[in-house]
Design a protein around this ligand. Structure first.
Ligand SMILES: [Mn+2]
Length: 370
């Protein structure tokens, strides 16, 4: 009944599809209405899609197939490289269409999840027929002219919003979809620092009985490549401590997401509140930041540090960024690293100082001789 009156209100033009909340009309209804005229729906997300992106695309594709009976496509922008994420794609049989292979046709509608347009996190062209954006990042994008958007930065995961849509629409959630959504939320909120709301916890509780626990265990404990350990060793040996900040440089990042793996590990160090990793991958310096401090606005902090040198964004306690290196000379890299170091210290109110090595050189040499 409520659904019918909501539709009636939309048809009568009493409701604006501009993302503002309208009493009596649920967001999931407005989301579906924004796609009602489509012939096919394609889901896109940010570069190097993470579990929150993958789970959100899969969950919404299920919703659209069931409620609108439309064909759907889920995609990947760039590569999926983290071992757990690759395991998720393989074990849940996610068929990801590379975005560079897409040519838009009449009747195509695009839904962006876990990101916002023009944030520098996509390689998709401006011609994509974007109809809806669902995201939880604090980094604002350009939402002008997009019929439906649901941006809730206080929520831990985009998968939580998607789970709410599925609940509102009262459709069954297959175990594969539940597993993807659960893992998407878990990777966003169950780590440290934790950024979860009661809404995220509610979604986790709903999904847990439905998820395939064996698959989840295999994803969580995905086998790691040799390069993972080489990278961690490089990071440990290049880490410098500046008061409550630790910076690790990895000059040969095996894959772009490993910078995040380094800081997830380093932020647990009891002597620091901030962990930064900068790693070189394909003529780019990939930056990842974590802080154990609540209310630190890490995303905005990293945006100020990176400034016009590149792109950055994120959440309260986690952030990422990317700087294109002008050339691959050591000098160019040294220069960028020195500038960043200076800016991080300034931004965090730490006096200019020589850093202290996490592992003293003498200890490294002794280890080699042992
Ligand atoms: Mn997310």
């Amino acid at each position: 009944m409520a659904r019918r009156s909501a539709d009636a209100a939309l048809l009568n033009g009493k409701v604006h599809l501009n993302g503002k909340s309208t009493p009596g009309v649920r967001r999931s209804d407005r989301f579906l209405t924004s796609l009602a005229k489509a012939k096919q729906v394609t889901f896109i997300s940010h570069v190097h899609p993470d579990p929150d992106s993958l789970g959100s695309m899969l969950g919404l594709a299920h919703l659209v197939e069931r409620k609108l009976q439309l064909p759907t496509r889920i995609t990947r922008d760039g590569i999926v490289s983290r071992a757990e994420n690759k395991a998720m794609v393989e074990l849940l049989n996610l068929e990801l269409l590379p975005v560079e292979k897409i040519h838009w046709k009449a009747g195509d509608a695009v839904v962006m999840v876990d990101s916002q347009p023009n944030t520098g996190r996509h390689s998709i062209g401006k011609d994509a027929p974007l109809k809806a954006v669902i995201d939880h990042h604090e980094t604002g994008g350009d939402l002008k002219g997009i019929p439906f958007h649901d941006i809730r930065p206080h929520i831990g995961a985009t998968c939580t919003l998607v789970t709410k849509y599925l609940l509102e629409q009262e459709i069954d959630v297959p175990d594969r979809v539940a597993t993807a959504l659960l893992y998407g939320i878990e990777t966003e909120v169950c780590g440290f620092p934790r950024e979860a709301t009661p809404c995220d916890d509610g979604a986790l509780q709903f999904l847990y009985p439905l998820a395939e626990k064996n698959l989840l265990a295999q994803i969580r404990n995905a086998r790691l490549p040799h390069s993972h350990f080489e990278c961690l060793l490089q990071a440990l040996q290049s880490s410098f401590i500046y008061d409550r900040l630790i910076i690790s440089w990895v000059n040969d990042l095996p894959q772009p997401e490993q910078a995040a793996e380094v800081v997830d590990f380093m932020v647990r160090f009891e002597k620091v509140d901030w962990a930064v990793c900068g790693g070189v991958w394909e003529n780019k310096l990939i930056l990842s930041v974590r802080t154990s401090l609540h209310g630190a606005q890490a995303g905005e902090m990293l945006q100020r540090v990176v400034g016009r040198m590149g792109k950055a964004g994120g959440h309260d306690r986690r952030a990422g960024g990317c700087i294109r290196l002008r050339n691959d000379s050591e000098n160019a890299l040294d220069e960028v690293q020195a500038r960043l170091r200076k800016r991080f210290l300034k931004e965090l109110d730490i006096d200019e100082q020589r850093g202290q090595r996490l592992v003293p050189l003498r200890a490294m040499l002794e280890n080699l001789q042992a």
